[in-house]
Ligand binder design. Structure first.
Ligand code: ZN
Ligand code: ZN
Length: 121
């Protein structure tokens, strides 16, 4: 049994090799209920700042006009669950919480590395 880092409920983690292989179990430190509260950013986002539901972002256009390029990458929307997560992470010093996203982030970094290694694919 694993104890959820967000709500402290205990849940059954998956140890099946196939799930680990397919990176299915990407949030083993939080229970399913808590993880579902985090909203992944959809494909419809600003290509530069990842703001949801906009391909033509006024903020980024403003910064571009100022001669500044916006380049950052987000994976999740800053919703209520994310706010709670950050307030725990920052103010309560619960460093275990970093594990909530470590696998998702590691997976994402692997994608970026692959893209840089094979830029013509
Ligand atoms: Zn939970
Ligand atoms: Zn933008």
């Amino acid at each position: 049994m694993i104890q959820c880092l967000m709500c402290s409920a205990t849940f059954q983690g998956s140890n099946r090799f196939i799930d680990i292989l397919l990176l299915k179990n990407t949030h083993s430190q939080v229970c399913e209920d808590c993880f579902q509260k985090f909203e992944k950013i959809s494909d419809n986002h600003c290509p530069m700042c990842y703001k949801e539901a906009t391909k033509d972002c006024l903020d980024c256009r403003y910064w571009q006009n100022q001669g500044k390029e916006v380049e950052h990458k987000s994976l999740f929307i800053y919703n209520q669950a994310m706010k709670e997560y950050f307030s725990r992470y920052k103010f309560q010093g619960d460093y275990l919480l970093r594990k909530v996203f470590s696998k998702v982030i590691r997976k994402e970094l692997k994608n970026i590395k692959t893209m840089q290694l094979f830029p013509f694919q």
